[in-house]
Each structure stands twice: as C-alpha cells, then as structure tokens.
Design a protein around this ligand. Structure first.
Ligand code: MN
Length: 194
C-alpha cells in the first residue's frame, strides 16, 4: 500500500545547473514550490479514491484542486529530471530523427518551442509530446496542464510559471527558455521518446 505521494529525488547537486538555474532557484522551486504541491496533494487526496492511486492515474482522472496539485507534482518530477551538469547539445537516435521529420531541424524545433513558451499567457507549461505513433507535437498548457490529459506522452516540459525563472531572469522568460537548452540531459529525454 502506498503511503504518500513524494517528489522525485534531484539527480544532481543544487548548484550543478549554475549559471542557467541558480542554487537559489532550485532551493525555492524544487525545495519549496514542488514540495508544496506534494504536501497539498497528500492533504487533498486523503480520504478520497485517489489516496492510494498512482500519480498518473490521479492526473488522468481528477479535476479541480486535486488535479492542479497532482499535475504539478508530475510536471515538476519530469522537469527536474530533464537536466544535468554539463548538459546541452542535441538529441540523438530516434528522437533526433523524429524532431527532424516533424520540425525540419533541431534549430527550428527549438525556435518553435521557445516561441510557444513566450506566447503562453500567464502560468503554464510548454511541452514536447508524442502520440501513439511516435509523432511529435508542441503543446501549450495553462496552469498544471500536461499532455497526458490529451492522451499524449510528455517528452520534455519547460515550466513558464514566473517562480521558475524570476530569481535568475526576472521578467525575461524568453532568455530563460533559451538558456535551458544548455543544461538538457538528452540521454534521459531520448529514453522518454523510445
Ligand atoms: Mn514550477
């Protein structure tokens, strides 16, 4: 029996992603914001049919406050496991091929992805997702939204809530999104596509 929802362990030190993502941003974003979603979910799910459900089931089947917090736990687990010290570069293998087929080139994909993130009004997420046939798409979602609720599989998500970048970039969301590509762990992202 599952006891509690928990957040994913960080696969790197809190200062490993500097200067793109500062230790202070990780301490607040992972340490406080992500933790608050976990704590809220545990409190809200207690005594409901979701109390012992796995996280993806909660994301698929809940709504309202439970969905908002479950979605954010899932989204941040995926987000914080997308980076590594000395990351960046380009994807390889099947994911590289699919990106080229869908977007023309890796550069064009990044441009479209960044543009979607900048254009998203308010708080939310920009996603790279795949469908059942492996076809890729860029999805914009407000709030805690993610591609799972559309029957798609999330491959990569950038958090465009201000709490993700305000300490390091203030209002410059576009600059933050451009820098994130320099810390991506493409080996991990590639496994999500495979
Ligand atoms: Mn966040």
């Amino acid at each position: 029996m599952k006891t509690k929802f928990e957040k994913v362990a960080l696969p790197y030190a809190t200062d490993a992603l500097e200067p793109v993502m500062s230790k202070r941003t990780i301490e607040f974003h992972y340490g406080k914001h992500h933790q608050a979603y976990v704590d809220n979910l545990n409190r809200l799910a207690a005594g409901t049919k979701f109390e012992n459900a796995d996280l993806i089931t909660v994301v698929k089947e809940s709504d309202g406050a439970i969905f908002n917090n479950a979605g954010q736990v899932y989204n941040h687990d995926l987000f914080f496991t997308s980076f590594k010290k000395g990351g960046g570069g380009e994807p390889t293998g099947a994911l590289a091929k699919a990106i080229k087929e869908q977007f023309g080139s890796f550069e064009q994909f990044k441009e479209q992805f960044n543009a979607a993130g900048v254009a998203l009004f308010g708080s939310g997420w920009v996603w790279l997702a795949k469908d059942a046939n492996g076809k890729l798409s860029i999805e914009k979602e407000g709030g805690a939204g993610n591609p799972i609720t559309k029957g798609l599989t999330p491959i990569l998500g950038f958090d465009v809530w201000e709490h993700a970048y305000y300490l390091d970039f203030q209002n410059r969301r576009g600059d933050h999104l451009k820098e994130l590509w320099n810390i991506i762990d493409w080996e991990t992202i590639g496994k999500r596509y495979a």
